[in-house]
Design a protein around this ligand. Structure first.
Ligand code: ATP
Length: 585
């Protein structure tokens, strides 16, 4: 509880306080609107006890006018509190969401490796929606219950304490019944949520793996799995429905026991002349004021549990310190030569040491080919240059500056990447290329597309550069994606280039187009290529043969072949049909 209240206090301090004025105004309006509901029963009482016996049309008109007046005022109060109540909650949650997303952006790659995108998405959408719901409706439900129940109770006592006592006997009964049944229903709700999650997990996995399912002819088996989850979901949902069927009619029944009391005991008091018919009628009206607030409050209790859980998770994420961030006075790398050095770099993602004492220098404009068995650490070397991760020992230097001291944005502005599975956004071709340089003109975009040999296929697309690619647009082949990615990197014009050459084979013509584009891209830049192509390896100024996180051999192609070590063996296995064991011209 104390954790909840701490979390709530922090939420109020950081997010509600800036809107405290409007938030309080909404609550005041809400209280006034609730109090107004106590007036009509009194008008009816006056009508029956005074206006009708007096046969006074003027009084009747005044009573009708009073009812209209009450609801006109209520209309304005309700409209105000509905609009501003929602507005305050929406603006608070929009800030919450911006803050959380901004924080996710700041957190390092190792955080994102650990967290599934789906999980973060549900924090940003579902959790924040729960917070929004309770921010608005939570105080509303509490105030409604307190003000309406206590106001009605006071009024009943003012009218007749004996009848009030008799009627109020059913309120604890109603409260106990609702709390007990609803409590069980919320437990079942949790079960429904779990079932829903596992159903959508299974569905998502099956739909994304549909090709494998078809290939293995396992449609029936997978259908059974989905149908099983679906049945579980059905059963959990039905048990909630069973509780609901008990809750609402049961609460209504108990509430109407109150009516029976009023009819019998109130009727008796009226016959005995202890209360007027008007008072009896007012009691009947007032009875209806208990059920709704109690039900609302209980409903809110369920949300409250999720609200506190969501809020706690929110603060847990917000409290994670980004482990890769700028030092207080970072070096701004305005110009970059492109010299890259590793000084005895040791690195691990988790426990296992992945890079174990890597040292090298790549001079500006040099091309470095990283070669070696799968899992040796080649990609990891390239990830340390833009400081996506940090070594636990040793240094990575750009132009002699330790990357830890360089402002991250300025560091990354000099580095371009073309990776195998490069991400393209769902916008147009032009937007995807222009992503590297938002202020790029159409001419610049077309120019780099030409250099990347992407122009011919882009021009054949239905809307050329305005064709929407990605989710709802055209599908691109791997070769096409890669060329768009090269165009994007060309537009960025970085001094340091990180390339992960595609391993999958494309047709020889596409291969040639990609090669040419890559050559243009590499010109004048320090390039690190995770090399799978012969031509890249031949042309490299340095080849690093990486094995088990170490550079075990280093030299040009010819030097390494002469040494006849691991690289020479690897090369012969990789390219067995290639007779040329000397660098290409
Ligand atoms: P490949 O040629 O197959 O791409 P690689 O030489 O590029 O391999 P890396 O991708 O650098 O190898 O991976 C080196 C080791 O680090 C592997 O054992 C891999 O499982 C591990 N690894 C890679 N990325 C991560 C990560 N994000 N979190 C944890 N371990 C990782």
């Amino acid at each position: 509880m104390s954790r909840n209240s701490e979390s709530l206090r922090r939420f109020a301090r950081v997010y509600v306080r800036p809107r405290a004025g409007m938030f309080s105004a909404v609550q005041v309006m809400h209280v006034l609107a609730i109090l107004l509901f106590l007036v009509p029963p009194m008008i009816v009482r006056h009508l029956i006890d005074v206006a009708v016996p007096a046969r006074d049309v003027g009084l009747l008109a005044m009573s009708a006018g009073a009812v209209v007046g009450v609801f006109v005022v209520f209309f304005f109060l309700a409209a105000f509190k509905e609009y501003w109540g929602h507005e305050v909650a929406q603006s608070i949650t929009s800030r919450l969401r911006n803050d959380l997303y901004g924080h996710f952006q700041k957190l390092s790659m190792s955080f994102h490796d650990r967290s599934k995108a789906g999980g973060l998405l549900s924090r940003l959408v579902d959790d924040i929606n729960v917070v929004q719901e309770v921010t608005h409706h939570g105080p509303e439900a509490v105030l409604l219950a307190i003000v309406m129940v206590s106001g009605t109770t006071v009024l009943m006592f003012v009218l007749n304490w004996k009848l009030a006592l008799a009627v109020l006997a059913m309120v604890p009964l109603l409260a106990v019944f609702v709390v007990r049944v609803a409590g069980r229903m919320w437990e079942q709700f949790r079960e429904v949520r779990k079932r829903k999650e596992s159903l959508s997990d299974v569905l998502e996995e099956n739909l994304s793996g549909i090709q494998v399912i078809k290939a293995f002819g396992s449609e029936d088996r997978e259908f059974e799995v989905v149908a099983g989850e679906n049945t579980n979901h059905y059963h959990s949902r039905m048990s909630v429905i069973r509780y609901m069927c008990r809750l609402f009619p049961g609460a209504l029944f108990i509430n109407n026991l109150g009516l029976a009391i009023v009819v019998f005991y109130g009727g008796y008091l009226a016959v005995a002349g202890e209360i007027s018919v008007g008072t009896l009628t007012a009691f009947i009206f007032l009875l209806g004021h208990f059920l709704h607030p109690i039900m609302r409050l209980v409903m809110m209790l369920e949300h409250a549990g999720r609200f506190f859980a969501s809020l706690e998770r929110f603060w847990e994420y917000m409290d994670i310190e980004p482990d890769i961030r700028d030092t207080p006075e970072p070096v701004m790398l305005r110009r970059c030569e492109g010299r890259v050095q590793f000084d005895n770099v040791r690195f691990r993602y988790d426990r296992e040491v992945i890079l174990d004492g890597v040292s090298f220098t790549a001079e500006p404009g040099q091309m470095v080919a990283l070669v070696g068995p799968s899992g040796a650490g080649k990609t990891t070397v390239t990830r340390l240059i833009p400081r996506f991760y940090e070594p636990f020992d040793g240094r990575v230097l750009i132009d002699g500056h330790d990357v830890r001291h360089v402002a991250l944005r300025s560091l990354r502005s000099h580095i371009g990447m073309v990776m195998q599975d490069d991400f393209l956004f769902s916008g147009t071709v032009a937007e995807n290329i222009g992503y590297a340089l938002p202020e790029a003109t159409r001419e610049q975009i077309i120019e780099v597309a030409k250099m990347a040999n992407a122009a011919p296929f882009v021009e054949q697309m239905p809307d050329g550069y305005d064709t929407v690619i990605g989710k709802r647009g055209v599908k691109l082949s791997e070769g096409q994606r890669q060329r768009l990615s090269i165009a994007r990197a060309l537009l960025k014009n970085p001094k340091i280039l990180l390339l992960d050459e595609a391993t999958s084979s494309v047709d020889p013509e596409t291969e040639r187009l990609i090669q040419r584009a890559m050559e243009r891209l590499r010109r004048g830049r320090t390039t690190f290529a995770i090399a799978h192509r012969l031509s890249t390896i031949f042309r490299a100024d340095q080849i690093f043969f990486v094995d088990h996180g170490r550079i075990v051999e280093n030299g040009t192609h010819a030097e390494l072949l002469d040494r006849d070590g691991q690289y020479a063996r690897y090369f012969r296995i990789q390219f067995p049909s290639n007779p040329a064991e000397s660098p290409a011209p």
